[in-house]
Design a protein around this ligand. Structure first.
Ligand code: AMP
Length: 216
């Protein structure tokens, strides 16, 4: 499968789309946010440093994120196609990633921008809950993907929880970070010629649009 980079504002649909692509095409999902959240629970200096940054909604430094990503890409499950969800988030990260691809002789694949209106993003963030065990995503506000039983995962029965940064204040900060640091990546990849847009408002439509890109 083609490697995929998903670029989108917080809660635009990266996680939901990744879940569908994993189910349908057996993609490996690499979310730098998930990796950072895991490290943030470790009782180490690095873990505490990351936890403090995540709470505020600011970006973790390029060097820390890149080191964690490079380590993840050495694992064999990345050989048959992976989705990068939440990386790169800065121009520096995109350049570091290009150098790494050359070094390890892998393809960039395609870069997909998910377009979702601001008000939809905000509602999704404030109502978002996730499964502690399998990571499935639900929403208690939008009327889409409401868990059948409150606080219980429909798929595996795991307990649902809320991310510490899924609140209105942190959303505003994360959205600004996105506009300032991540949006410039659009031009970077447009110039390379492998950039595509999909609409993030409807889950089924998102899957259809991306399937068309994958089959091209
Ligand atoms: P996400 O799960 O993608 O919404 O990311 C959650 C948080 O993790 C972000 O608000 C950042 O603090 C941090 N993060 C995730 N990916 C990156 C990245 N590529 N560069 C810097 N910080 C990141």
């Amino acid at each position: 499968m083609k490697n995929l980079i998903l670029i989108a504002a917080p809660a635009a649909g990266k996680g939901t789309l990744s879940e569908m692509l994993m189910d349908k095409f057996n993609y490996t999902h690499i979310s730098t946010g998930d990796i950072l959240r895991e490290v943030s629970h470790e009782d180490t200096e690095l873990g505490r440093k990351i936890a403090d940054i995540l709470k505020t909604g600011s970006l973790v430094t390029d060097e820390i994120v890149f080191e964690l990503l490079e380590k993840r890409l050495k694992e064999p499950d990345t050989l048959n196609g992976y989705i990068l969800d939440g990386f790169p988030r800065t121009l520096k990260q995109a350049e570091m990633y290009d150098d790494l691809l050359k070094k390890i002789n892998r393809d960039l694949g395609i870069v997909v921008i998910i377009n979702t209106p601001y008000e939809t993003l905000k509602k999704r963030i404030v109502g978002r809950v996730l499964c502690k065990d399998c990571g499935s995503i639900y929403n208690t506000l939008t009327g889409v993907n409401t868990p059948k039983v409150e606080n219980v995962c429909d798929k595996c029965g795991g307990t649902l929880y809320k991310r510490t940064d899924d609140n209105e204040e942190s959303f505003a900060k994360r959205y600004n970070e996105y506009m300032e640091h991540t949006n410039p990546l659009i031009d970077y990849y447009k110039n390379k010629g492998n950039l595509f847009y999909i609409n993030g408002e409807n889950k089924e439509q998102m899957l259809e649009e991306i399937e068309a890109l994958l089959h091209d």
